[in-house]
Design a protein around this ligand. Structure first.
Ligand SMILES: [Zn+2]
Length: 366
């Protein structure tokens, strides 16, 4: 239970989740690739980037869910979740299946060093620049997690308002203070202040119920934290947090969504997929609204630690900024900056709701 809260609240220094690699055909100048996602010590590189680096090309076929690589032997095919590489009518086993992470189909170093080397007709130089940047293996498929996934699994609807209610989770509380600034200001206080302001704004402007997982300074069990989000009418869930790091220069807002690898296209039908991608769509709207308002958004990242609820409830964890950055900490404590954050987050939620409504109307017309 405690472990779970810990997962949610863990500070995620970006360099541990994101690595960089160098790839080249032997004897050529290496190409640096920085859009690398590292999980359990295994780097995942977008297949297009890897092909580019070794002078090959390919394309994604979204209707067949197959990525085709052009080779001298003809087309080679890989697909998300599949442990085979297909060339002509032959199948070659892969150590790790390609996966969709952060919207791109990715392969591992093993694929690059073995299958891709064969396809390119030469040996490949590969260097992971952040080999130690390992993430502790997350707990997979535990009973608790399945329970959450069940709770948060929403039935796709064909009509009606798409945001009927919003759940907001102000991170931490009580004995669990979250990160603490040098000044003594605690993350749990910031999270609650912003969450309450956001709840008020959403309630007033959208006219829908808003459920907060806590409305005071007290500790919650994982079940209690999920109670708000698991209510029948909740259509999106926002988790409010702040970060801290040892480097005082790092600042800015980061948004986290559950990693896309849970969206195995082989297991989900189209309706489910739309719903799962809802988190990313919501994060994009939030990021756009924040940026339009001049707020420093670093990006949207998959978080393997956002392990609560493998369901399809659109969920975004918002890291409001760094309490370890003196200027940002001062801003975060000010009512003016908090209001600015809240206004932008509200705009993002409203647009997400609008976007969904248009999608539904479009579907019913067809
Ligand atoms: Zn936190």
């Amino acid at each position: 239970m405690r472990l779970l809260i810990f997962f949610l609240c863990l500070i995620i220094p970006l360099q541990t989740a994101f690595a960089a690699v160098d790839i080249a055909l032997r004897g050529r100048e290496p190409v640096r690739i920085e859009d690398v996602y590292q999980q359990n010590g295994i780097p995942y590189i977008a297949i297009e980037d890897a092909l580019d680096a070794v002078g090959l090309s390919g394309h994604w076929n979204s209707t067949e869910h197959i990525f085709r690589i052009k080779t001298r032997r003809g087309w080679a095919e890989i697909s998300p979740g599949s442990t085979f590489l297909k060339i002509a009518d032959e199948y070659y086993p892969l150590k790790e299946p390609p996966r969709f992470i952060d919207g791109r189909l990715r392969v591992t170093d093993n694929f690059i060093l073995n299958q891709l080397a064969q396809l390119s007709g030469g040996s490949i130089y590969f260097r992971n620049l952040d080999p130690e940047a390992e993430i502790k293996p997350e707990q997979q498929g535990g009973g608790l997690e399945q329970f959450f996934a069940f709770l948060l699994n929403k039935k796709a609807r064909q009509s009606g308002p798409l945001v009927r209610a919003v759940a907001i989770d102000p991170g931490h509380g009580g004995l669990d203070a979250g990160v603490i600034a040098e000044s003594g200001y605690k993350e749990k206080e910031l999270n609650l202040e912003v969450a309450e302001k956001l709840a008020k704004k959403l309630k007033m402007r959208l006219g829908v119920p808003i459920y907060l997982s806590r409305d005071g300074d007290y500790e919650l069990s994982a079940e209690q934290r999920l109670q708000a989000a698991s209510r029948e009418d909740v259509d999106l869930w926002l988790l409010i947090h702040a970060q801290a790091t040892f480097s005082p220069d790092i600042s800015g807002i980061s948004l986290f969504v559950r990693p896309d690898e849970t969206v195995s296209s082989l297991q989900l039908d189209e309706k489910d997929q739309q719903a799962v991608n809802g988190s990313l769509a919501l994060a994009r709207e939030l990021a756009a609204a924040l940026r339009e308002d001049g707020m420093p958004v670093q990006g949207i990242y998959p978080s393997s630690r956002l392990s609560l609820g493998r369901g399809n409830l659109p969920t975004v964890q918002i890291e409001l900024g760094y309490l370890s950055h003196p200027q940002e900490r001062e801003l975060l404590q000010s009512a003016a900056y908090q209001n600015q954050l809240v206004q932008a987050l509200y705009t993002g939620v409203r647009r997400f709701a609008q976007q969904n409504k248009e999608k539904t109307l479009g579907q019913t017309k067809n």
